[in-house]
Design a protein around this ligand. Structure first.
Ligand SMILES: Nc1ncnc2c1ncn2[C@@H]1O[C@H](COP(=O)(O)OP(=O)(O)OP(=O)(O)O)[C@@H](O)[C@H]1O
Ligand code: SF4
Ligand SMILES: [Mg+2]
Length: 325
């Protein structure tokens, strides 16, 4: 079942400079991807590629000065871009939930863990009183927090980084949403804890037949936890497909550079690794946005490349995608 359907999404920011001229940063330039129930989709790309912006847009959280001049976002068939704030508030935390990077800023420092989990349920009317406490405790157990009864009483500052991240996952899943969006959910945790937290998230998502969008810099995370991947560059999905297929036969030069620059399981990807800097969002070139960094660029690349389908499920936005594959 289709949960999230993002099509040709554009996001721009207009800002007035010191010279009083309005300049526009084109941060998303035609993002298209889907997430179905029962699958984990990885969204990967270098810093500034637009991953978090895409997540915020999907959650209906973009606010001025961000503008959406073009594109569509549908969640469970509903049009996110046409919904009122009240409608969105009903969906967020209930049908779709987000897990972010820094648990200690996302948890309320003045409320015990259990009370925060209970509150999440009360706000959305899913449970209250003793039933909500019982569910909260069960959810802590589900995210593999030892001694959940005692942890219900814990203050956020008493939790380790890994525990706090587990509590955030519990908060996201407590109302049984259909879709979870996790934005760099384990950045900053050490490798072992990172793997344990991601294992927990994956197991819950698959056992409950949820859909998940996992945003990461880490191709190892994609390889290990995702079924499909969307590779993002300069606000565009440049390649998408099943993980095994994209890793075995990457068709876009940027994907090829990412994979070539990833030594081992947990390489971190920054733009310095693949060489070159991201294009200036205030002055994007015509044609392929990867042109300045692409070893294969020709004059044909002065025209924007469409997504070329390599098979039913794998595609790349490159004029020479077929040839590369
Ligand atoms: N208010 C704003 N005004 C102008 N540009 C913005 C604004 N907010 C975000 N951007 C730009 O949008 C682009 C995409 O940002 P985003 O945070 O989505 O990147 P990201 O892929 O999540 O990067 P990271 O891996 O570092 O988290 C960035 O270049 C950023 O500078
Ligand atoms: S369209 Fe041209 S510049 Fe863009 S990635 Fe393909 S070969 Fe490189
Ligand atoms: Mg981000």
């Amino acid at each position: 079942m289709r949960l999230l359907d993002v099509q040709d999404l554009h996001v721009e920011f207009a800002a007035r400079g010191l010279d009083n001229r309005v300049r526009v940063a084109r941060a998303l330039n035609g993002v298209s991807f889907t997430v179905d129930a029962g699958e984990i989709v990885g969204l990967v790309g270098e810093t500034g590629a637009g991953k978090s912006l895409t997540a915020l847009a999907a959650m209906g959280l973009l606010r001025a000065p961000a503008r959406i001049p073009q594109g569509g976002i549908r969640f469970e068939g509903g049009d996110i871009l046409a919904m009122s704030d009240r409608q969105l508030e009903k969906i967020r935390g209930r049908r779709m939930a987000m897990v972010v990077q820094s648990p200690l800023t996302s948890l309320d420092p003045l409320k015990r863990v259990g009370d925060q989990l209970v509150r999440m349920q009360r706000v959305h009317g899913t449970a209250s009183g003793a039933a909500a406490r019982e569910r909260a405790e069960a959810m802590l157990a589900a995210v593999r927090i030892p001694d959940p009864k005692r942890r219900m009483q814990a203050w956020p500052h008493e939790l380790s980084g890994g525990m706090a991240q587990r509590v955030l996952i519990a908060m996201a899943l407590i109302n049984e949403p259909a879709l979870v969006i996790a934005d760099e959910p384990t950045t900053g945790l050490d490798v072992t804890v990172q793997a344990q937290v991601l294992d927990t998230l994956r197991d819950l998502v698959l056992a409950r037949n949820l859909g998940a969008l996992v945003i990461t810099h880490d191709l190892g995370v994609v390889a290990h936890y995702c079924q499909r991947v969307a590779v993002m560059f300069a606000g565009r999905i440049v390649e998408d497909g099943p993980v095994a297929e994209v890793f075995a036969r990457p068709a876009h030069p940027y994907t090829q550079a990412l994979i070539a620059s990833t030594p081992g399981r947990i390489a971190r990807i920054g733009y310095t690794v693949t060489g070159g800097t991201p294009p200036d969002l205030y002055a994007l070139p015509d044609g392929c946005l990867y042109r300045d960094r692409c070893p294969r660029a020709t004059t044909a690349c002065l025209a924007p490349p469409p997504r070329v389908a390599l098979d039913d499920s794998h595609g790349a936005a490159c004029h020479y995608a077929e040839r590369a594959a």
